[in-house]
Ligand binder design. Structure first.
Ligand code: EPZ
Length: 418
């Protein structure tokens, strides 16, 4: 199993580039199943979750061609609208094919995702939404079996709670449903808006994506299209935090500052200087001491849960007590214990982590438990004295493209060993 070895203490400096968004690319790839014509997607990050989704799309019978960051998919004929357990168990986002398959084929069989390191993460809201569009859904043998032999029928769907992939799944089902669908309490994440841009270029009629009410007028058929995925705001945020934590001077290029407003505000409160030298560029420096700041994770445009672990690592170096409250997932503090092994002073009380800083960080052997937890260990290791060895790096490979070479390019001493 691969490990990352990081010799910390080097301030990161120079320019680092952001890849395409994993969480926007996943639904975009699933959306390709909605048309028999070819779809070309650009800026698809080469990470493990994307390879899993491409395997799944190939499994249902679509042709897939990958040329670097460009992916061409043609789902001329869907042989088996089914997502098997082997693929879904390695990536929950596989449930994103449920909506497009029912919409296009009138039936789908998708394995239920298993447990997950960060929480129970059910897909009941995806299912309830599809039922409201007229699908008959049964659960048997660990699979969700959805059928709508006469097609889906538009409806008003009010989500009980905000769900990102649930919104995306339902949006993809609704574009081919008869009549109007209104999705209320929809997720407002930029990834949902990006999916709508792709669907609209395929001929879908959608208004309001990126707000909490999305209106869809169903069409009978979608066509091929070409689309470029938005930059990864979580990768960009991880780099900004790494720049601040190492007290470097780091320029993050190819991002959308608008998608990072909540993080930028918290970084500034913490004493980090954040500037926008160009419309797609952010630069961080730390002129003085880092100050303690409280964060509470929320749906977009609030502070992203996917940046909570990395921000907690930053707060270990801030003077004073910081409260980090996680409201989206019930078990997303696995990194706290590992950060403590590196010298952090963190107490967990239910959904709150209380971080007392600053305490010097020192390199240690640590274990990555999920994607963003691993990212927090990487940023902490970059700032720590001595060598950190991070085990189970496959978690980070799920979502960060070329992490070692990107960080090495701005001065990090980082290498991968087997
Ligand atoms: C998406 O997951 C992201 N994944 C996650 O990123 C991200 O952490 C999360 O949104 C929150 O921003 C992708 O986009 C592929 P949710 P998703 O449905 O859609 C509960 C990463 O690190 N819920 O918005 O699965 C759920 O348990 C990943 O890149 C239900 O109860 O998250 C959670 O508590 C991790 N029933 C809350 O809603 C449902 O049917 C929000 O989850 C669906 C969700």
């Amino acid at each position: 199993m691969d490990k990352l070895v990081i010799e910390g203490g080097v301030p990161l400096s120079g320019e680092i580039a952001v890849s395409g968004s994993k969480n926007a690319a996943l639904p975009a790839l699933a959306a390709c199943l909605l048309t028999a014509e070819p779809v070309t997607l650009h800026r698809i990050p080469q990470v493990r979750d994307i390879r899993t989704m491409l395997d799944l799309i190939g499994h249902v019978g679509a042709e897939v061609r990958v040329e670097g960051g460009r992916v061409m998919i043609c789902a001329g004929h869907i042989e088996s609208p089914e997502a098997p357990y082997e693929l879904v168990k390695t990536m929950r986002a596989s449930s994103l094919v449920l909506g497009p398959l029912v919409g296009r084929c009138g039936r789908a069989r998708v394995s239920l995702p298993g447990g997950c390191a960060i929480g129970a993460r059910p897909i009941n809201l995806h299912v309830a939404g599809l039922e409201q569009l007229g699908a008959e859904v049964r659960q048997e043998h660990g699979y969700i079996q959805a059928e709508a032999p006469n097609g889906l029928q538009g409806a008003n769907v009010q989500f009980d709670r905000i769900t990102v992939t649930g919104t995306e799944d339902l949006l993809m089902a609704a574009v081919l449903a008869r009549g109007e669908t209104v999705i209320e309490n929809a997720a407002r994440e930029p990834e949902v808006a990006d999916l709508a841009v792709l669907l609209i270029s395929m001929g879908a009629r959608i208004e309001g994506a990126g707000t909490s009410t999305i209106r869809v007028q169903g069409v009978t058929k979608l066509r091929g299209a070409e689309h470029t995925i938005i930059p990864d705001r979580i990768e960009a945020g991880t780099f900004l935090i790494a720049g601040a934590l190492t007290r470097g001077d780091l320029t993050v290029r190819g991002c959308v500052p608008e998608h990072l407003r909540a993080l930028i505000a918290k970084l500034q409160q913490a004493g980090v200087e954040v500037t926008e030298p160009a419309p797609d560029t952010l630069r961080v420096r730390v002129p003085g001491r880092l100050k303690n700041v409280d964060i509470t994770t929320e749906e977009h445009p609030g502070f992203a849960t996917d940046l909570q672990a990395q921000f907690m690592a930053l707060m270990t170096q801030a003077a004073g007590i910081s409260f980090v409250t996680e409201t989206i997932f019930e078990n997303r503090f696995m990194h706290a214990q590992e950060l403590a092994r590196m010298g952090a002073n963190i107490r967990l009380e239910g959904r709150q982590a209380i971080v007392a800083g600053p305490t010097p960080l020192s390199g240690a052997q640590v274990i990555a438990s999920d994607l963003r937890a691993s990212a927090s260990l990487v940023v902490a290791a970059l700032a720590a004295h001595g060598e950190t060895v991070i085990d189970r790096v496959y978690h980070i490979d799920r979502g960060y493209e070329k992490i070692e070479s990107k960080l090495a390019g701005v001065g990090a001493r980082i290498r991968r060993i087997q």
